[in-house]
Design a protein around this ligand. Sequence first.
Ligand SMILES: [Zn+2]
Length: 297
Amino acid sequence: MKVFKLCFLLFLILICNTANAVVQTLRVAVVFDTFSTNYTAIERTNITNNIINNLNASFNGSGLGSYINFTLAINTTDSISVAGDTLDYLKFKYSVNPSLAGGIKAVRLTLHKIQKNYTADVVIGIVKPSNWLTTSICGTSVNIPNTSQITNTFPTVASLLKKGDDGILFLNARDTCLSRVYLTAHEVGHTFGLHHGVSVAIYNNDWSHYPTSILIGTGAGGYGKAGTSSYDYGTIMTAFNLGLSEAKKDNRFSDKTAYKCGTFDNQICGDTSSDAVSIIKANAQYYNQRGAWYTYW
Ligand SMILES: [Zn+2]
């Protein structure tokens, strides 16, 4: 009788564990640069709330709401840029891995410190670069994890996707940038290992937008149609890189199984090379371990 009860209990545990996929809640730190921005506390709160709300809307709208959601860890100000560094320069500064001391990562720069203190999986630096009014660049992620980065220290794709500094990105504090509902989801998508994809590579005749040999997965690209008709459309990772207006971009990640894109919400949202939703579902648990990077790895 006791054996039967034990078996029944184990059976229930098994059922519960498989039936309820755990939603990965990613903690977001939003850091406003004290050198180049001077928002009021209310303005910072509004911008921060928009970022979190837009992120969750993009992921929910992509059918990823039961896999990933975003919550605010901290909204703060700190010194990020010096003399209005460009976004490219900030990316360069942060792309050098923080040093390791006895297997524990050492804090090197402002956003590392905040990431550690608040165990943030996503760290967003809001800055006005020196060319903030003229540059076409509204955001940049420090690194797009890819298989060329596999080393003895990071022997698997999963280990790359857990890296804390792969969760750091910068946004240009220009109203016309921050008002883009897709902007943060696009940059977070890059930190998840997603590239712009085949349609952008063809549109720009530049295959760095879909580097097949180093992708973390075949579907790690955005989907879109450009230059064919007035009904052209894009997804989050193709976004502005196809020259489409805001109204012509679906607030969705590419998905080869969904016919929910385009002007009438009935066009396919992806194909084999553009299946970001599958990539994100498969790796959600790793993206959620970036905040712990400073305490163990
Ligand atoms: Zn991009």
